[in-house]
Design a protein around this ligand. Structure first.
Ligand code: AHR
Length: 668
């Protein structure tokens, strides 16, 4: 609009005000004019399409990105038993003393943990060790910590003095511990508090007294672990898992199952029994990626198979162990155990079932009982191989299948369909696995958001009579390869869209888990991850929020949602699925709006149940697809709940731009 200057400034202001209000009116008329008429969806509550497995949404745990050591396993001392290839990694000697003061002994008679440190204090020096922790030690003001060690002393009275220091080298916690002279190995512990919080602390251990002192398993744990278990797991990290109410937990991986070579494979039997006797191995992710070398990454197995089963039980998840099938990682050495030497591998699988479920009279059931769990762990499925491929895999799998089916026909076998969800390798394995009537096929997909969006109908036409599907590892990668993929809202929302397809086909896709689970901000190798941690805090990414919304609203029966008689799988960037929850008597509809504008959607519910007019609407949304959560802003993207009212037969709602919405209506 033109305004003549001759009318003076006052008139100019009035004219401008008019112009603005006319513009606003025009804009609002414009919006009304372009307002989209609601998209009509039919929710067929009266036509349930199959049961949803209680194990539908689970978690995938692998010791990658400092997931176990330096992560959920709450030990603060790195290389506590000097067993790393470089025995002094993580340690510093504070006073050297004369030659021969610090000696590293390797005693072949000791099980698992062969090395120990001899402090040979000939002239009553104050000797000391300093441990740097895993990228520092995270300790919190007012919290209590337990230092423990194994020792053997052939001297008179000796003492230990402990100091926890913060980043500025200020002492924030101290304790003393007298050591009795004794010719045998003894464990001793002391509890103390720290006065301030630091994410990057360190531990100093001073030794006084004259004589020879042997020490091993120098360890520092918070008292406040998950369920207050001594030497247990990080409470905040387990809590994030428990909050998801996962249907299962897959462990211990991932490629870690395979190892770089067979010697480096995961062997569950070496991870059970007394912790001090568990032989550590180098973590395969230690040098896997040149851009993310992690030379101090080892698996001490303080978190071993017993602890995995216990964790599963704690969080109400079915245990899903994946075992090595006689093949090392095919991206690394691709070593194979010869077919006539597979017995050991097969026996490990059979014995694991006995360890989990066997009576306390059996060898492995007895070990479980000795470790504190006489009750069985109710193992129902077992994975044979992770991301293995080729005829060499099928040959080995056949041997496992025969032995497992013969001894434990009730145990379902999960088998890998390789690294990719399509292509020659996938087709070969898919055909073979179906022909051999494997129970569950483990499919993996690390793909860009566009793949997730366009694959929401992947399972709509899958064979209903063949094996069930386990979407065992997946994540939407906005940057691949090598780039540090961020778990943005774009990635999470594309996963949410895809997951409507998993839910709609839950009669064939019976389990699904995002991967990997944890990433340490200072020690990761692979990104994106579901949950990020530093030494003190943890938070769920937008993908975590999506997973949690699905798993806490999983329902018991699939309810078809149709648009013009078709599944709602991407037309107009709209995705939907629904379930009925028998226990709660609730209809739960999930809608993904992958548009930058709100979408009006009208839900007509065909039902033989009485549907309440009032319900809940939970929205997870961000207008910016690049948004994410962070340590500083952990809940930037989080669900928001509001009440809704259904007026008349239909429920018409506006779905926010770029949103996952869960609608819940009582229906009894
Ligand atoms: O989740 C990270 C890795 O991705 C897993 O170890 C492996 O199975 C897959 O390639």
């Amino acid at each position: 609009m033109l305004v003549s200057e001759a009318h003076g400034p006052k008139n100019l202001i009035i004219a401008m005000k008019k112009a603005v209000s006319t513009m606003l009116l025009f804009m609002s008329m414009g919006t009304a004019a372009i307002a989209q008429s609601p998209i009509e969806l039919t929710v067929q509550l009266d036509r349930p399409a199959g049961a949803i497995s209680p194990h539908m949404w689970g978690v995938f745990f692998e010791d990658i990105n400092l997931g176990a050591d330096g992560g959920i396993y709450a030990e603060l001392v790195k290389n506590r038993s000097f067993e790393f290839d470089q025995p002094w990694m993580g340690w510093k000697k504070l006073e050297n003393g004369p030659e021969g003061t610090y000696l590293l002994l390797n005693d072949n008679q000791r099980k698992g943990n062969k090395r120990y440190l001899r402090l040979n204090n000939v002239s009553n020096l104050k000797l000391g060790l300093e441990n740097e922790g895993f990228r520092g030690m995270g300790v919190k003001a007012g919290e209590q910590y337990v230092f423990s060690l194994q020792y053997r002393s052939e001297a008179g009275d000796m003492n230990i003095m402990l100091e926890v220091l913060n980043e500025q080298d200020k002492v924030i916690g101290t304790a003393t511990m007298p050591l009795r002279s004794s010719g045998t190995w003894t464990e001793s512990a002391v509890k103390f508090a720290v006065s301030s919080t630091t994410a990057k602390g360190k531990l100093r251990i001073w030794f006084t007294g004259t004589g020879k002192l042997d020490v091993d398993m120098l360890s520092l744990f918070p008292v406040d672990t998950w369920k207050q278990r001594p030497k247990g797991l990080r409470k905040d990290m387990v809590q994030l898992l428990a909050d998801m109410k996962p249907g299962f937990i897959r462990f211990p991986g991932g490629c870690i199952v395979e190892g770089r070579d067979l010697a480096n494979r995961f062997q569950w039997k070496k991870t059970v029994g007394p912790i001090g006797e568990r032989e550590l191995i180098i973590n395969r992710w230690n040098t896997e990626f040149k851009h993310r070398l992690t030379p101090d990454y080892y698996q001490t197995f303080g978190l071993g198979f017993y602890e995995y089963f216990l964790l599963a039980e704690d969080i109400g998840a079915a245990p899903v162990p994946i075992l090595n099938c006689g093949m090392a990682c095919q991206f690394n050495t691709a070593e194979l155990a010869p077919l006539d030497q597979l017995d050991e591998y097969v026996q490990d699988a059979l014995d694991l079932i006995e360890f989990a479920n066997g009576s306390v009279e059996t060898k492995w059931g007895k070990l479980r009982a000795t470790m504190g769990h006489p009750e069985p762990f109710h193992l129902k499925m077992i994975g044979v191989g992770n991301e293995n491929w080729g005829p060499q895999y099928i040959e080995r799998l056949e041997v496992f299948k025969k032995a497992l089916n013969a001894k434990y026909p009730e145990i379902e076998i999960i088998a890998s369909s390789g690294t990719d969800p399509e292509g020659d390798r996938f087709d070969f394995l898919n055909d073979k696995l179906r022909a051999m009537q494997i129970d569950i096929i483990d499919e993996h997909y690390y793909r860009p958001p566009s793949w997730f969006l366009s694959s929401a109908s992947r399972y709509d036409n899958y064979d209903r009579k063949g094996p069930k599907i386990f979407a065992g590892e997946y994540a939407s990668h906005t940057t691949r390869p090598n780039g540090p993929g961020r778990s943005t809202w774009e990635a999470a929302l594309s996963e949410a869209a895809f997951m409507t397809g998993l839910e709609r086909n839950a009669d064939v896709v019976q389990m699904a888990s995002y991967a990997p689970l944890f990433g340490h901000v200072d020690g990761w190798q692979w990104s994106p991850d579901l949950i990020w941690v530093d030494n003190l805090q943890s938070y769920g990414t937008p993908s975590y929020q999506v997973q949690k919304l699905y798993s806490t609203n999983k329902g018991s029966d699939i309810i078809p949602v149709r648009r013009d008689g078709q599944p709602v799988a991407g037309k107009d960037s709209l995705y939907a699925s629904a379930v009925y929850d028998k226990n709660a008597g609730e209809l739960i509809v999930k809608v993904v709006n992958y548009n930058s504008k709100p979408m009006q959607v009208s839900l007509s519910i065909t039902s033989n149940k009485k549907i309440a007019d009032r319900g809940q609407k939970v929205t997870l949304a961000s207008h910016d697809l690049n948004n994410s959560n962070s340590i500083e802003d952990p809940l930037r993207i989080q669900p928001k709940q509001e009440s809704i009212i259904r007026k008349g037969k239909k429920l018409t709602e506006s779905f926010a731009p770029y949103s996952l919405t869960v609608i819940k209506l009582p229906a009894k």
